[in-house]
Design a protein around this ligand. Structure first.
Ligand code: TRP
Length: 337
């Protein structure tokens, strides 16, 4: 059988749980913008993923609009990219169920994100949290997406998506779902916590000082970078000199991502500099890049009806792609429709 060729299509998503951070911006949204125009691009607000842990209903609706506002403010254009929230396209949940019946429990047990999140509490977390990666596979495969820009931490989930596609194709003797590639590039696929360089910068960490929020004002951004944890050494001559210096490495990577250059180039420029010089430069750069986005997000959030209109319109376009693929899946499985 010849391999079918799939039209290149990008799909990715961000969970609306809490506010957006610099990690979301550099690790995801900024890269989403970079892919726009070159390929068909679809960017989702994955609200069904957010509710795998309890969300206050009002806050969920607000956070969903805020992710959409972040997408728009950073430069995603609804005329060029399909922007929508997941729950508006019910085919995600339907294909997700079919994939629950394809994926194996043993595969889920290997997911490191689940193990990290569930911790010693694994008996008490929701069944949805456990099945989360199978819904993520449905998000991607519902559109036959070929490229998924994600952070390093999501690589395992995209590999699982390939396993699900392969098992489905094999079990039903078809070549229906593509083998999706994760796209993990650039200096900021892993933006770390400002107080502990061994942890990811997260929306939900306990201290606000450990993250930069996309809606922080200029003074807050500057203060957080100035107080970021570092070590007593100046910046080294080469990137190799940052081995074992997680906090220092993180700040260099953030600088590189914000200025659209490489971490090597940043080190070349700041070799030998102390933190007294580097941190204020980083703070200025971050304020420069983030303040306009933050202002635009606030403007957008003042007009929620406009955001809702954009999401509804994107969902209609997403449905037009998803429905024939789901219908074909039903036929392959033998579900009458
Ligand atoms: N699991 C991703 C995260 O936590 C979010 C996500 C859900 C996603 N569905 C997706 C990312 C599909 C890419 C493609 O960041």
């Amino acid at each position: 059988m010849t391999e079918p060729t799939f039209t290149p299509r990008v799909f990715s998503g961000i969970k609306p749980s809490g506010g957006l951070t610099l990690g979301n911006y550099l690790g995801a949204i900024k890269r989403f913008v970079g892919m726009q125009g070159a390929m068909d691009t679809m960017y989702c607000v994955v609200d069904l993923h957010a509710i795998t842990v309890w969300q206050d209903p009002k806050e969920l609706a607000h956070a969903t609009r805020e992710v959409a506002a972040g997408y728009l403010a950073a430069g995603l254009d609804p005329a060029q990219s399909t922007l929508f929230n997941q729950s508006r396209v019910s085919a995600h949940a339907e294909l997700g169920w079919i994939f629950n019946c394809v994926a194996r429990v043993g595969w889920m047990n290997r997911m490191t994100q689940f193990k990290d999140k569930a911790g010693s509490n694994a008996e008490k977390v929701s069944l949805g949290l456990y099945a989360y990666p199978s819904l993520m596979a449905a998000d991607i495969l519902l559109y036959h997406a070929t490229h998924v820009p994600v952070g390093e931490d999501q690589k395992q989930h995209v590999e699982l998506t390939r396993d699900i596609a392969a098992k489905f194709n094999h079990d039903f003797g078809v070549d229906f779902f593509p083998m999706t590639d994760p796209v993990i590039d650039g200096p900021a696929t892993r933006v770390m916590n400002l107080r502990d360089g061994s942890k990811k910068m997260s929306k939900s960490g306990e201290s606000d000082m450990e993250r930069i929020n996309m809606r922080d004002d200029a003074d807050t951004i500057a203060k957080k970078f100035k107080k970021a944890k570092t070590d007593p050494e100046p910046l080294p001559e080469t990137l190799d000199g940052l081995k074992g210096r997680a906090e220092a490495r993180n700040l260099v990577d953030i600088y590189a991502a914000l200025s659209d250059t490489t971490s090597e180039a940043v080190i070349a420029e700041y070799a030998g500099a102390g933190w007294g010089r580097f941190k204020p430069a980083l703070a200025d750069l971050a304020v420069d890049k983030l303040a306009p986005i933050s202002t635009e997000m606030s403007r957008l959030m003042d007009d929620p009806a406009e955001i809702d209109r954009i999401l509804a319109d994107g969902a209609a376009r997403a449905r037009a792609i998803a429905e024939p693929i789901l219908a074909r899946t039903y036929d392959i499985v033998g579900l009458l429709r």
